[in-house]
Ligand binder design. Structure first.
Ligand code: ATP
Ligand code: MG
Length: 359
């Protein structure tokens, strides 16, 4: 059975629909990342799951118990939840006392508290700072203390809202490691909102994409990033090439898509006449100086429009009737002497094209 089950959840703020018909399930021990543009409703959904707010309509079940209405049940379930806000709140107390407070409220023995706090200080890498006032910590350290305080009471469900927003890369890495430990070792069920898609990809078992209050797709990272369900998701996850066309022919699962006279071959079940978009990830496009005898069914010659270097990679924009964006290593961009105005051949496999239906 699912630990959390959400059915037809809707939420409004002063008449404005913020969450629309959310259906979602979460298994015990699972880590779900919520991604989506700003204002999509990620924090609102976390607040509803965290029982900080009551939904306008719909149901939330914990272990099969409906927690949407009853006050008494909500209070009981609230004890099994921990919520870490985007801006970490630390009390004007020592790091140790910040982490220990939840255990003291629960009346645990001093010796047990000491042992648990020491262990967790080690996990978050702050053993040496136990006596320091938490208000003197850096943003990343304070966030780790806030997470430690949340998990020390061993919640069944941990809700994290943008746990690494506004942090430097080293702090981000430390917090990701901490989340990963909580997930794998403590087997805590986690729902985490994040702006950082690659973080979702690194940490989550499944990813939920929220757009304008709707859960447009829930799946593992391969499904979401390589097989987005619609254009909104494709754009949000940075598919790079989204080409509109119409299916002109279909044979044994291979379709040809006509896009303004240019023909793309793809694997798809959609029928002739269907209006579709062909999605191709920039890293799936291979560049060469002339047409090669490769297995790639799609091969177009065109002119380089722009080359933008980013670290060890080069983002190359090509006009070959279609506007294509390719991502190649800087080394291969150098070898191909890619410069704006040069001619180049862009190829991709039919299986590298993900076809989505247009509305
Ligand atoms: N208390 C509130 N009263 C009125 N409107 C609200 C309230 N909280 C959120 N909203 C609105 O609800 C929508 C969703 O907000 P929410 O904070 O859930 O988005 P989000 O996906 O978390 O965004 P971000 O990525 O910026 O954190 C927004 O349009 C926001 O302005
Ligand atoms: Mg938010």
């Amino acid at each position: 059975m699912s630990l959390i089950e959400i059915k037809n959840l809707c939420h409004r703020y002063s008449g404005q629909e913020v969450l629309k018909n959310i259906d979602m399930e979460l298994k015990k021990g699972e880590l779900l990342a919520l991604i989506g543009p700003t204002g999509a409703g990620k924090t609102t959904l976390l607040r509803l799951i965290g029982l900080l707010e009551t939904p306008t309509s719909g149901r939330i079940y914990f272990d099969g118990i409906d927690v949407t209405a009853s006050g008494r049940v909500r209070l009981e379930i609230r004890r099994r939840l921990a919520f870490v806000l985007q801006k970490p709140v630390v009390f004007n107390l020592s790091v140790y006392d910040n982490i220990a407070c939840g255990l003291r409220w629960r009346g645990q023995r001093r010796g047990d508290i000491k042992e648990k706090v020491s262990r967790i200080l080690e996990v978050i890498g702050l053993s040496a700072t136990g006596n320091r006032n938490a208000r003197t910590l850096s943003g990343g350290e304070a966030q780790r203390v806030a997470i430690a305080r949340a998990i020390i009471v061993e919640p069944q469900i941990l809700l994290l809202d943008e746990p690494t927003a506004n942090l430097d890369p080293i702090s981000v890495a430390k917090i990701e490691e901490l989340i990963s430990i909580i997930s794998r070792q403590y087997k805590t069920t986690i729902v985490m909102a994040t702006h950082d898609m690659s973080q979702g990809q690194r940490l989550a078992d499944r990813i939920g994409v929220l757009v304008d209050g709707s859960m447009v797709q829930v799946g593992d990272s391969r499904q979401v990033f390589s097989f987005p369900r619609n254009r909104q998701v494709a754009e949000f996850v940075g598919i790079g090439n989204i080409i509109d066309g119409v299916i002109a022919a279909s044979k044994a699962g291979v379709v040809t898509i006509n896009s303004g006279g240019t023909v793309i071959e793809a694997i798809s079940d959609y029928g002739v006449g269907e209006a579709v978009s062909a999605c191709i990830r920039p890293e799936d496009i291979i560049l060469s100086l002339s047409k090669t005898k490769s297995s790639a069914r799609n091969s177009f010659t065109g002119q380089v429009k722009e080359v933008v270097l980013a670290g060890s990679l080069a983002r190359v924009e090509i006009d070959c009737g279609l506007r294509l964006v390719a991502l190649v290593t800087k080394k291969s961009a150098d070898e191909l002497k890619l410069k704006s105005g040069h001619r180049v051949c862009a190829s991709f496999k039919a299986s590298g094209v993900h076809v989505i239906k247009r509305n």
